[in-house]
Design a protein around this ligand. Sequence first.
Ligand code: GAF
Length: 380
Amino acid sequence: MSIISAAQAAFTEAYGTEPAGLWAAPGRVNLIGEHTDYNDGFVLPFALPQRTIAAVGPAPDGQWSVCSTLAPDPVTFGVTEPGAVTGWGAYVAGIVWALQDAGFEVPPVRIALASDVPLGSGLSSSAALESAVLTALIDLGGLDVPLERRPAIAQRAENVYVGAPTGILDQSASIRCQEGRALFLDCRSYQIEQIPFDLDGQGLAILVINSNAPHQHVDGEYGARRKSCEAAAEALGVKALRDVATADLAGALEKLGDDVLRRRARHIITENQRVLDTVELLRAGRVREIGPLLTASHASMRDDFEITVDQVDTAVQAALDAGAHGARMTGGGFGGCVLALIDADRAEATAAAVADAYRKKEFSAPTSWVATAGPGATRL
Ligand code: GAF
């Protein structure tokens, strides 16, 4: 059964009626620009074809209810404040709350969700859920919320209601990405540029390798990285690390007494520059040449930001050894997925090489597939 039919069937099963409509929002792969979002920096994600479907209809009882194919018994809530709904339902209650908090009258609805975005793999399954629900509520309520405002509302739901101190990358990708494009986003101004991302035309492909090492945001490591970045910015007397120019890197690092802060700052400052360099190459249609930037980004995450684990380092190295032009972990880190830029005819061989390296290390098997750039959140 397709996920669209699955969401429809879950709705009818839970609520005994047909949904008024269906909304979809994708997961994402971040091509480059990791942990730069909460430093007011630059990111370059593209949307995955994998998405979350929300089947939604009006709620006669004036409350909000949500169920999913994984949790068929609906979670129901009325007027809500952070802390009132916990568990996965908090992502939905958070969206209702954040919209209300922004001054909008949110229609009470019943929701059933189905998704083929892999969970807990660093591909933004939670942002896909938030963005599908947000888009449905805006459409059904006839709310006047311009596209560029929506990611910040979904981010607030996640930060304040769910309690995960994430940046704006994932929600922006899920809401603002376009098919066949990568989204160049300035996380300070929210300005975007849709960058043509024609891999096929150049005989290239992005292989996504799920390390199957579990990945989790609502934990201390992500927050600790964020705090270190804020401490480094404060020590340097800037609003955010975005404000340190690459040309001033050496001087800035000298000013930071603490070695950990120095390495965290170096990752962010150099990663912002790598995003800008990647965008330049893509604008010029020189896709293959972004490979070394991807690989340098991985080294920086591994050595300076210290957010990789053995499974992802192994996947990156095995992909490079198998001839990938570049490879890096994508997403928040501590597990999750790796992307490799490869010649289109090398997908199977690269996936096999990574699987082989995993066998040698006795890791559980990775899952690999070729990713294409899909559309952002929409009504179906
Ligand atoms: C996670 C967060 F949710 C994003 O905001 C971003 O910081 C990312 O990790 C790292 O780039 O996906």
